[in-house]
Design a protein around this ligand. Structure first.
Ligand SMILES: Cc1cc2nc3c(=O)[nH]c(=O)nc-3n(C[C@H](O)[C@H](O)[C@H](O)COP(=O)(O)OP(=O)(O)OC[C@H]3O[C@@H](n4cnc5c(N)ncnc54)[C@H](O)[C@@H]3O)c2cc1C
Length: 316
């Protein structure tokens, strides 16, 4: 039985692992990959490399530590997490984590605590040109790249209110923002009014993406806006879609709380409502979709878990 099983090895899982190592906890990391979404890079044409700190660079030291301690890491898919002690347990807790290896073999692990750091993913995109240009002028997570669009033009496609906020933010320094709102999304009306009043935001509503085009990098997008086709050119293209937390392996009987976006709710110690079950990064309600915040949450969670294992009644 482990002290701690960490699910996911993106920034939150990696920093939790490094802090667990420091505290000499008996722990295991289970993840389908090392690095998580930091393995995605968005290259932008005519943007100097030094202006962007790549997500992969921000986690490289944590990632390499775990890479060289391969006995602490299993490349498996988590399929189920259940409590063997039940939701009423306040002190000694025991979880069972079920996984599947790539060859189909099933494994189970038992642990006194679990840290969930499995992140969140965009809904799948099936638009011609998407695979070809992903990472080449076309990307996700505009918050990480918006400073590169000073006096430039940028295209944003969104299905949620956060797309409106990001467009308003960009409009304060980009020369033009093309904001295409998906026909499938719902949007806060007050923010929508503010977008309509902003002169350098070109707003298209009820949009369906038709095709991304370009040569080495994405240079234009064809959209259908209320049935009318338009081709828009910009210096960068971003999808700002509502991410879905990767939590399908959590048994509903565990008794965890979720917010409206389906993310697991945590307190300031990164603890969920279930004693001994902690979460951090993009899959929890404190997630900010940034590497540095996920790293901090993973480190904070590992410190709380250490306290929990030593003195379950108090976390300081
Ligand atoms: C294209 C793109 C570019 C970005 N660029 C930047 C940037 O430049 N700067 C920045 O700060 N942020 C950037 N971000 C955001 C940043 O990468 C994320 O906020 C961050 O990686 C979230 O960390 P996390 O640990 O919560 O989850 P993730 O990084 O998503 O990691 C989740 C981990 O869990 C594993 N996992 C998921 N489900 C399972 C399962 N069932 N079983 C086993 N393992 C599982 C995954 O394999 C992965 O290892 C970018 C995001 C995208 C999509």
């Amino acid at each position: 039985m482990y002290d701690l099983v960490i699910l996911g090895a993106g920034p939150a899982g990696l920093s939790a692992a490094i802090y667990a190592m420091r505290k000499r906890l008996d722990f295991l990391v289970i993840s389908e990959d090392l690095g998580g979404k930091t393995n995605h890079v968005v290259n932008l044409p005519e943007v100097e490399d030094y202006t962007i700190i790549k997500a992969r660079e921000q986690v490289s030291v944590y990632r390499s530590r775990l890479h060289y301690r391969s006995e602490l890491y299993r490349k498996e898919r988590v399929t189920k997490v259940i409590s063997l002690t039940g939701p009423e347990a306040e002190k000694a807790t025991l979880f069972e984590v079920c996984t599947q290896k790539t060859d189909g073999t099933i494994q189970t692990y038992q642990s006194r605590t679990v840290f969930i750091a499995t992140g969140a993913n965009f809904p799948p995109i099936d638009v011609p040109g998407f695979r070809r240009f992903w990472g080449r002028g076309l990307g996700g997570n505009i918050q990480s790249y918006n400073h590169a669009f000073w006096e430039k033009e940028v295209f944003l496609f969104s299905d949620a209110t956060r797309g409106l906020w990001n467009a308003l933010d960009l409009a304060s320094f980009a020369s033009k923002v093309y904001l295409a709102l998906s026909e499938e999304g719902t949007y806060d009306l007050e923010s929508l009014e503010q977008v309509r009043r902003t002169t350098n935001i070109y707003l298209c509503e009820d949009v369906r993406l038709v095709e991304f085009n370009g040569d080495d990098f994405c240079q234009s997008v064809e959209i259908s806006c209320r049935g009318v086709s338009q081709v828009l050119k910009a210096d960068g293209f971003f999808l700002d879609l509502e991410p879905q937390a990767n939590l399908e392996f959590l048994s509903p009987n565990l008794g965890a709380d979720f917010d409206d976006a389906g993310r697991i709710v945590v307190d300031k110690y990164m603890q969920t409502r279930v004693p001994g079950l902690f979460a951090g990064g993009d899959g929890c309600d404190a997630g900010r979709y940034q590497v540095l915040t996920a790293l901090g949450q993973g480190a904070g969670a590992a410190m709380s878990i250490y306290q929990w294992l030593r003195h379950p009644a108090i976390i300081v």
